[in-house]
Design a protein around this ligand. Sequence first.
Ligand SMILES: [Zn+2]
Length: 534
Amino acid sequence: MHPDLVLTNARLLDPGSGAFLPHDTLVLRAGRIAGFEADAGAGAEVLDLGGAVVVPGLTDGHLHPVSGAERTAGVDLSRCTDLEGVRAVLAAAVRELPAGQWLRGWGLDPNVFGDRPVSADSVGPVLDGVPAAIDLFDAHSMLASRRALELAGIDGPRRFEQGSAEVVCDPAGRPTGLLLEDAACELVEAVAPRPDFEELCRATAEVLRRMAAAGLTGGHAMDANGESLAVYAALEERGQLPLRLRIAPWVQPGTSPADLAELVRRQGEGGRRWRIAGAKLFMDGTIDNGTAWLERPDCHGESTGAFWPDPAEYTRVIGELHRAGVPTATHAIGDAAVRHVLDAVEEAVAAHGKGAVRHRVEHIETVPDDTVARFAALGVAASMQPTHCTEYTRADHTDNWSRRLGEERANRAFRCRDLAAAGARVVLGSDWPIAPFEPLGVMAGARHRRPGRDLRQPPHLPGQALTPLQALAGYTLAPAWVAGEEDRAGRPAIGHRADLTVLGQDPLTVPDTELADVPVLLTVSDGEVTHRAV
Ligand SMILES: [Zn+2]
C-alpha cells in the first residue's frame, strides 16, 4: 500500500454542485479520501498544488484499451481527409514493408471516398499484391486488399449469424474488399498475423500510460476480446495498470445457454483495478456502413435490419441477464435499435422487478422525442460519444452519415442535451480507438460541438451542447452511477476512492474552445500517482 498522499493548496471541485469545497487540503490514505486536514502520518508525501483544481478522477464510459492498442499498431489513416491522402500514406507504408508482409491500417474515414464505393478498387493500385487489412474508423468494418481476400479464401458472399455482417460484393458477385461487422472482418483477421502476448502487453501499457497522462483514472472497457483479460492481469502484476477498468464481455447472437451462464458466473472476477462487470451486446451496426437498424431505410435503402436476426432472442437474453443481476450495455445507433433495447429492458423489469441493475445504451445516434423521454423513466443510462458527431459528421450535412439519414433524422442526432434535460444519466466517453481518448477533448466537443482539429467550423447542432457541469458529470458522477458506485466514486467526499485528476484551470469556467488545452498536472488512481507534471 502506498504511503499517505497529502495535496495542499488545492481547489476541490464537486461535480455534484459545481462549487468548490471549503477546504484546500486533501489527505489520501489506503486508496481512499481520508480527510481534509493535514493530519497525515510520518512518511506522507505532501504535494503543493499551487491552487490547481482537483476533480474526481475522470472515467471514460466507453473504450477498448487492448483491442485498440492492437488496432492502432498499424498505419494511421485517421488524419486523411481525401483519397489522395490515403493513397500517399499507404504508398509510403508499402515502400517500407518487407515483401510478403501484411499491411495493417486503421482510422479510415468513409467520407474520403466521396461518391465512390468504399472498395479496394477505389483505393487504386497502391495495394496490388499486398495483403492489407484496413479498419474503417468505426471499427465495424474493414477494407481488405485483393491479396488479403485471396489469402482468406473469400471469393463471394457468405451467410453469418450476425444479421448485419456481410462480405460486400459487386453486381457480379465479386467481393469488393469491404467487410461489414465483426463476423465478416474475422475471416481476414483469422489469416492475418497477430501480435504476440508480450507485444500486446507492451502496446496496451503504453496506451494506458498515455491515458493516465491525459487525466483518465478509469474506464469502462466494452470488450474482453482475445487475450484482453490476461493482458490486464499481467499489467497489474507488473504495476502497469494506471486505470481502473470495468470490463464488459460480448454476448453475441447464437450465444449458447452454457456460455451465458458462464458469463454470469464470471461477474466480479478480476484483480484490484480490473473487473469483469456487465455484458456488452449489439443491437445494430453503424449508419456509415448501412448496417444500423432504422425505422425507415436510409437513402440507399439500407440500415433496415437488426444485428440479432431474431430481435426477440435479444429480448430474452436481456431478461435473463437482468434476472441474474448483470448490467447490460447495448450498442444501439439507429432509432429502431434504441427502441428495441428500451422495450427489452421494460419487459425485463416488468417480469422480474427493477432491482439494482443499471442498464445502458451505447451511442444513440438518431432518435425521436418519445424515445428520449423513456431513458429516465426506465432508469437506463445514455452512454454518448459526442466527438463521433463533432469529428465525423459536418454541420452542413455533406458527410456520408448525414446524407444517408437525410435532413429530418440527421437533425435529431447525438442528443446529449435533450437526454440530460429529460432526466437521463448521460455517461460520456470516446470509444477509443474510434475517436481520441483525451477526456478534456471529449468534454470540449460535448460543449462546443465543433471538430477539435478546426474550431473555426460551425457547430453541429449547437442546441445539443452540454453545459460545462453536465460535461464534467458525464466523466465523473454518471460513470460512477451506472457502475452502481455512487457511494464510493465520482465525488470528492470522505471515503470515496482516491481517484483524482488535477487540472491547471477550472474546467467549468475555461472557455469551451480552450478546455482541450488545459494542462493535466497530476493523475492519481487508487491513491497512486499515475501521471505527474507538477
Ligand atoms: Zn465501442
